[in-house]
Design a protein around this ligand. Structure first.
Ligand SMILES: Cc1ncc(COP(=O)(O)O)c(C=O)c1O
Length: 392
């Protein structure tokens, strides 16, 4: 340890003492209903692999062919050394899938937010942001140097109120997650679109947890509310339901064109790999071919939530496959998660500051990859641990 970095050791120690140090587990298998975690075979209720595509044969085959054809890396920033045709194909397919004028892909969903918000907003501008928006939206807003005005979570009246208060601005933007990743609730996008139209403010949503989950065949939150053409900017991730890695911005033609000129992660970071891009195209093939995976995801979600309620668990206000099992204090949630793991089930505990104080929980992520036996086995484990710890 060097003297000048002693403070880092001290901060790490403080994290450990506060019980906030994150010990990251090691996976020894591909993503699936079952995983090998720290050498132990366990049921997986942790990942964002909503449709089970992360290890799907069609995805792997397509990615391998792309490696044969294009190699393993793009070796450049697209705007400097040219773009591979496969990236343009993905963008065309995404725009078709989302029924929008255009799309531009990025290396991750996080990068997509860091690209689009600062490219559209700057000093003198005002961003109206849901108070529970994702960290990548918050960081994108901060990078933009615009004034950030938070409104109450999923509350259109609060949004109206703050818009009326902010009279001094150059440009304005409203941003909301589509599905909120901690509670699984859905933004009232129809009401946000009405407010955006009333005031002439562009509306942006981050649909990371709605992609492949909500709407017809997983087309996302805009399709869920039938708001085609009324949400100006849709950010998406290809790292969750799509099972690969990447992000994109979809929407109006001029925004996509502007991002090709001004989106900093597009201009200053190399493109996604051919294998990733091909995997994403393969995910679109599967989503467009059949709704079977999305249907199974929802069947599993309905079944699991109903049975958990029958057992006496509080699963919060979730309207999506994200299922919080509310436990209250963080130590109980961490103990619960550890006992689940001992019984052969992997599901993470979340406590403050990730969620508000006193609202610690286990976050169960359902997926189309689970079969009925997996779900019943999980329910049995939850019941056992819940009774042991006096939760039910
Ligand atoms: C709402 C939201 N936006 C963006 C991201 C980042 O996506 P990616 O993993 O593709 O960077 C996440 C991932 O946790 C998310 O939940």
């Amino acid at each position: 340890m060097t003297e000048k970095l002693a403070w880092v050791e001290e901060e790490l120690k403080a994290l450990r003492e506060a019980g906030l140090y994150n010990n990251i587990r090691t996976l020894g298998s591909p993503q699936g209903a079952w995983l090998v975690v720290d050498g132990k075979k366990v049921l997986n209720f942790c990942s964002n692999n909503y449709l089970g595509l992360a290890n799907h044969p069609h995805m792997k085959e397509t990615a391998k062919k792309a490696i044969d054809h294009f190699g393993v890396g793009p070796a450049a920033v697209r705007s400097i050394a040219g773009t591979m045709s496969i990236h343009l194909e993905l963008e065309r397919r995404l725009a078709e899938f989302k029924q929008v004028e255009g799309a531009i892909s990025f290396q991750s969903g996080f990068n997509a937010n860091l690209a689009v918000i600062p490219a559209l907003m700057g000093r003198g501008d005002v961003i109206f942001s849901d108070e529970l928006n994702h960290a990548s939206i918050i960081d994108g807003c901060r990078l933009s140097r615009a004034k950030i005005v938070r409104y109450e979570h999923c509350n259109p009246n609060s949004l109206q109120g703050v818009i009326k208060q902010e009279t001094d601005y150059r440009r304005r933007l409203i941003i909301s997650d589509g599905v909120f990743s901690m509670d699984g609730d859905i933004a009232p996008m129809d009401k946000l679109a009405d407010i955006a139209d009333e005031h002439g403010i562009p509306l942006m949503t981050d649909d990371a947890h709605g992609e492949g989950v909500l709407g017809r065949g997983g087309r996302g939150i805009v399709d869920h509310f039938n708001l085609h053409g009324r949400v100006d900017i849709e950010v998406g991730t290809l790292s969750k339901a799509f099972g690969v890695m990447g992000g994109y911005v979809a929407g109006k033609r001029e925004i996509v064109e502007w991002l090709r000129q001004q989106g900093r992660p597009f201009l200053f970071s190399s493109a996604a790999t051919p294998a990733d891009v091909a995997g994403c195209i393969a995910a679109l093939d599967l989503l467009e071919e059949s709704t079977a995976l999305v249907d199974r995801l929802w069947e599993n979600t309905r079944y699991f939530k109903a049975e958990m309620k029958k057992l006496g668990f509080d699963t919060g206000e979730s309207e999506t496959p994200i299922t919080p099992v509310m436990l209250g204090e963080a130590p109980l949630a961490f103990q619960f998660s550890k006992k689940l793991f001992d019984e052969g089930l992997f599901a993470m505990a979340l406590g403050y500051p990730t969620v508000p104080m006193g609202k610690a929980r286990i976050r169960v992520m359902l997926s189309a990859m689970h079969n009925h036996d997996d779900l019943d086995q999980a329910l049995g484990i939850f019941a056992k641990v819940g009774r042991e710890l006096g939760v039910i």
